[in-house]
Design a protein around this ligand. Structure first.
Ligand SMILES: [Zn+2]
Ligand SMILES: [Zn+2]
Length: 152
């Protein structure tokens, strides 16, 4: 399995933030410093953080922010398609600022979520009878496993 690391230099993060700001303006949502900070926190990592993880980081510079605010903000971003949610089936949603189509692998032990990029997963042949009445627009795979750190 090939795992291409995404670039996460300061410049790359700034580009993501700039794009976020212009998309937000297009969508007519307010671009507050707090919202930018929340987005930037997510855009700075490929760890697919949970709401709580983002909240704990944001509190360093917005000590009065509530978990609910962070939660609602991420939910709003997700509804607008500015970020995506990785549903890891462990009741806490994990978020992703990376909107390039990709798949995920989750460690069932430490709950780490990693990205998978693999061309061969781009054309999954699903039988029509499985799809029923659906017209499929896309998919992302979520693989479960135990990472090396947890196996050692
Ligand atoms: Zn692990
Ligand atoms: Zn991802």
């Amino acid at each position: 399995m090939e795992n291409i690391m995404m670039e996460s230099s300061a410049e790359f993060i700034d580009d993501r933030v700039d794009e976020f700001i212009s998309r937000s303006k297009e969508l007519g949502i307010k671009v507050t410093p707090q919202r930018v900070a929340i987005y930037k926190e997510l855009a700075s990592t490929d760890q697919h953080p949970s709401t709580e993880t983002i909240y704990n980081k944001i509190r360093d510079y917005y000590p009065n922010i509530s978990l609910t605010t962070v939660y609602r903000t991420l939910e709003t971003f997700e509804k607008l398609g500015l970020i995506s949610v990785v549903n890891v089936l462990y009741n806490a949603a994990r978020y992703d600022a990376n909107l390039t189509p990709h798949h995920h692998i989750v460690c069932t032990s430490c709950k780490k979520v990693e990205d998978i990029y693999d061309e061969s997963l781009a054309n999954l042949d699903v039988p029509d009878k499985t799809l029923g009445d659906y017209k499929i627009e896309g998919y992302s795979l979520l693989l479960n496993g135990v990472c090396r750190d947890c196996r050692d």
